[in-house]
Design a protein around this ligand. Structure first.
Ligand SMILES: NC(=O)c1ccc[n+]([C@@H]2O[C@H](COP(=O)([O-])OP(=O)(O)OC[C@H]3O[C@@H](n4cnc5c(N)ncnc54)[C@H](OP(=O)(O)O)[C@@H]3O)[C@@H](O)[C@H]2O)c1
Length: 230
């Protein structure tokens, strides 16, 4: 049987690396799009055996180049997300709402088997957050464009070298005091990265469609408790 090919955006990140490892181990091929092949190819290539991973360097808004990639694949997975806005068009609206809209449209046009998108937990109860609003807008665009899409909403994702833990540990080791927004009472249900990639793999291997899945770990913990643990 021909190996299925997954087109992955954001594959060089924390979740992406783990997911590529899981997919290639199980016989899936991955085409991974990155903005900088020189910086990211080692990270990406070392997640699978030779022949299983192709890397393409592209601006994610270069629609002509991106469009060509959809001709060859069966599944598209979007793992691109930002926590803050920077210059050069890296706005929440562009990254979380417009880009998912473009690739979900292409997934429909090219009749892909699945489009899988990573959103975030709790976004519908955070009306003041620009991050949450843009993620919600992205979800709406996706379901309007390609109703067979599957949306995953993870809580904080942790692993040995995740950005959340390492950034907090650096700040905690440097600062004499630490601000606790909302008195540190905000609750999280952290999920380990390999558990999340198991969920994504399950969605792919069982061919789930048209679903929104909340992905959480077994423990509910406040920000203050997380910081105390760190
Ligand atoms: N990690 C968490 O705790 C968590 C929790 C909830 C939801 N999520 C969501 O899950 C998804 C994956 O998370 P992650 O932690 O694996 O992400 P990540 O490591 O921060 O980033 C994933 C990749 O996205 C690409 N990217 C980042 N900013 C970009 C930009 N402005 N334009 C184009 N590409 C950009 C980068 O790839 P290149 O540099 O190779 O181009 C990066 O490696 C995101 O949508 C995130 O919002 C994550």
């Amino acid at each position: 049987m021909k190996a299925k090919n997954c087109l992955i955006f954001g594959g060089s990140g924390q979740i992406g690396k783990n997911l590529i490892r899981k997919l290639t181990k199980n016989g899936y091929k991955c085409t991974v799009v990155t903005r900088n092949i020189h910086q990211k190819s080692l990270k990406i290539k070392t997640q699978g055996n030779a022949g299983y991973i192709d890397i393409v360097e592209s601006n994610i808004f270069d629609e002509k180049k991106i469009r060509k990639l959809f001709e060859e694949v069966d599944i598209c997975i979007n793992l691109i997300g930002i926590l803050y806005e920077t210059k050069k068009g890296n706005t929440f609206d562009n990254i979380h709402a417009k880009f998912p809209s473009i690739i979900s449209n292409l997934s429909k046009e090219y009749k892909l088997d699945q489009f899988i998108h990573l959103s975030a937990l709790g976004i519908n109860s955070s009306p003041d957050s620009f991050y949450a609003k843009s993620k919600l807008e992205g979800e709406k665009n996706i379901m309007r464009n390609f109703s067979l899409s599957t949306i995953l909403r993870p809580s904080i994702v942790y692993s040995v070298d995740d950005n959340f833990t390492t950034n907090f540990m650096t700040l905690l080791s440097r600062l004499p005091i630490f601000p606790l927004y909302y008195s540190g009472k905000t609750k999280f249900m952290p999920i380990h990265c390999s558990d999340l990639t198991d969920v994504i793999y399950h969605v792919i291997s069982k061919k789930f469609q048209s679903m929104t899945i909340e992905c959480v770990g077994p423990e509910t913990i406040t920000l203050k408790e997380i910081l105390e643990k760190l």
